[in-house]
Write a protein that binds this ligand. Structure first.
Ligand code: TYM
Length: 335
């Protein structure tokens, strides 16, 4: 499959840090799978972003293949989309350098994620952590993406990517496609089960509030049983006043395909205990076959490597052509 000029282009990526969570699945991977027929899709495993926080090398290597196997197990088809590892395409670092000169230090200092991660990793506030959104802009702009499906926590990064693209285009004539974010209608920000004010995160210190994609049935049931709710006793979607229950409703509707109204009706007059069990069973049932398929794929490293080699080849073709155009425009002497 070569670049498809008839379709709009879509780009997204996931960092191979820790095991992924159902937040990653609901916020991003679910849409990435749903949109693979409609768009010309490129999906990265963002290992260059991952090292902005110190990683254990062997773990990072293993997580990289795990994310690929999960992409495939969730239904991404390498015949339809390009799946590759970010560091296999050198153009990302190269374009990020150029875009750095179109990005202001003050803008980066104001990024919410930079502030959060700086507070969390106060002993390692490295330049990469601050430059993270510029590398992300390079990812997206290299592939001329029209749309980028992500969770709401990436909105600020997507906005800065758009600003950088427009800035560059204004100086050098239209070069970059200015991308739009695609956020899920339900579940754009899945909350931590034990603290619904917080985002469910793969790097949370409290795994009790996080459902990992590789959690077993018992762990899933235990975590949902302990999920923080409220004292009003009614299963009703009201994120403002009932964040815990609303979060569980989001999870339930995404995994069952039911509407919020249907789910509310189903649990009308029933206690939270029943509802939590139903959500837990639904998630455990949905994840079991994905986990089995991921394990099967991970046992076939030859196949996974072949997917990545082909993905890197295709990705490089598009990325290097965008980078050459940028280098020409900014006046880099070319041989
Ligand atoms: P990452 O690895 O943190 O998360 C991957 C995707 O999962 C979404 N997500 C969530 N959605 C809903 N609820 C949650 N609790 C939740 N937690 C995570 C994220 O929004 C994301 O879509 N910087 C990106 C990776 C990246 C990227 C890119 C994305 C690198 N380059 C280019 C898009 C385009 C990140 O850290 O995602």
């Amino acid at each position: 499959m070569e670049e498809n000029l008839a379709k709009k282009r879509l780009y997204s990526a996931v960092q191979p840090t820790n095991a992924l969570t159902i937040g990653n699945y609901i916020g991003a991977i679910n849409n990435m799978v749903a949109l693979q027929d409609e768009y010309d899709c490129t999906y990265a495993i963002a290992n260059m972003h991952a090292i902005t926080v110190r990683q254990q090398p062997a773990q990072l290597r293993a997580n990289t293949l795990s994310v690929l196997a999960l992409y495939l197990a969730c239904g991404l088809d390498p015949q339809k989309c390009t799946l590759y590892v970010q560091s296999h395409v050198p153009c990302h670092a190269e374009l990020a350098w150029v875009l750095n000169t179109f990005t202001y230090v003050g803008e980066m200092e104001r990024m919410t994620q930079f502030k959060d991660k700086s507070a969390k990793h106060a002993d390692n506030i490295n330049m990469g952590l601050m430059d993270y959104p510029v590398l992300m802009a390079a990812d997206i702009l290299l592939y001329k993406a029209d749309v980028v499906p992500v969770g709401i926590d990436q909105r600020q990064h997507l906005e800065i990517c758009r600003d950088i693209a427009v800035r560059f285009n204004n100086v050098y004539s239209p070069t970059f496609t200015v991308p739009e974010g695609i956020y899920p209608k339900v579940g754009a920000k899945i909350a931590d089960l034990s603290d619904p004010a917080k985002k469910m995160s793969k790097s949370s210190e409290n795994p009790a509030g996080t459902i990992f994609m590789n959690d077993g049935r018992d762990a899933i049931i235990k975590k949902f049983r302990r999920a923080v709710t409220d004292s009003d006793g009614e299963v009703r979607y009201d994120p403002e006043n009932k964040p815990g229950i609303s979060n569980l409703l989001s999870i339930y509707t995404v995994f069952t395909g039911k509407s919020v109204a249907q789910a509310e009706a189903e649990f009308a007059g029933r206690g939270y205990g029943d509802f939590k069990s139903a959500v837990a069973e639904t998630v455990a049932d949905a994840l079991a076959p994905v986990q089995a398929e991921q394990a099967r794929l991970l046992a076939d490293k030859g196949y996974l490597d072949s997917v990545l080699a082909e993905g890197a080849r295709r990705a490089y073709k598009t990325a290097s052509s965008t980078l050459a155009k940028v280098y020409r425009k900014i006046g880099f002497y070319q041989l």
